[in-house]
Design a binder for this molecule. Structure first.
Ligand code: SAH
Length: 224
């Protein structure tokens, strides 16, 4: 199905990946050593349909089927860096998609929860993640806007689909001192901004706009 490459192309993919990390990430200011190691470790091409694999390490998003895309490597790295994760962090991802971002999180911490709303995408992601040995990832089919209350609170929450507003359940499930990154629709011509949300000890919510992004819209009831 998603056969692992023979050694020749494996070597090629590894060198493309190291170059991707140096040229697209380090050079543009990604500094977190955990993020850089994770991006060097995860075989991004394995998450991409066969016909597109030669483009896996290019500096852009790629199609992954069912009208969905895998984010540009820089965006994956930057969003992960903003989560400020350590090996002790518990993290929730909304929008498993092909599972690539999930694997990057799983390289950093063993406590990873990921929710996807499209059954076909989740099935495929589960198969790839387990074939690659990431068997500590918990996944669930459903609307991510309600979060994963039984596993809360989360030190990090990453949302990879754009919502008109931040779902209240996700704010609730963010730990004190936790970090959430989420693309939020900003109103004009489909533009979106990536927002970083933090929660202080007195329960105060802080919002900081990071930069403009373009994600697929979140499906379902996005929290009123
Ligand atoms: N992180 C992904 C990016 C996937 S694109 C990757 O690396 O491949 C966004 C994903 O969010 C899609 O798979 C889409 O089906 C999913 N999604 C959209 N709305 C959702 C919702 N309400 N709950 C959970 N997942 C959702």
């Amino acid at each position: 199905m998603f056969g692992f490459e023979d050694s020749d192309s494996d070597v090629q993919f590894v060198s493309q990946r190291m170059r991707m990390v140096d040229q697209q990430l380090v050079r543009r200011g990604i500094r977190d050593g955990r993020v850089l190691s994770a991006m060097r470790a995860v075989p991004r091409h394995e998450f991409i349909p066969e016909g597109y694999r030669q483009d896996a390490y290019k500096d852009g998003p790629q199609p992954i089927g069912e009208g969905q895309t895998i984010s540009q490597p820089y965006i994956v790295a930057s969003m992960t860096e903003h989560l400020e994760l350590t090996e002790d962090s518990k993290v929730l991802e909304i929008g498993t998609g092909c599972g690539y971002q999930t694997a990057v999180l799983a390289e950093i911490t063993k406590q990873v929860y990921s929710i996807e709303v499209v059954p076909g995408l989740l099935d495929k992601a589960r198969r790839i993640l387990s074939a690659l040995g990431y068997n500590w990832i918990e996944t669930r089919l459903g609307d991510g806007a309600s979060g994963w209350p039984e596993a809360a609170p989360f030190d990090g929450i990453i949302v990879t689909a754009a919502a008109p507003q931040i779902p209240p359940a996700l704010i609730e499930q963010l730990a004190v001192d936790g970090r959430m990154v989420i693309p939020v629709e900003s109103g004009y011509f489909g533009s979106q901004e990536l927002v970083k949300v933090t929660k202080s000890a007195d329960g105060k919510i802080n919002r900081k706009v990071l930069y403009e992004v373009r994600f697929v819209p979140m499906q379902g009831d996005v929290g009123g």
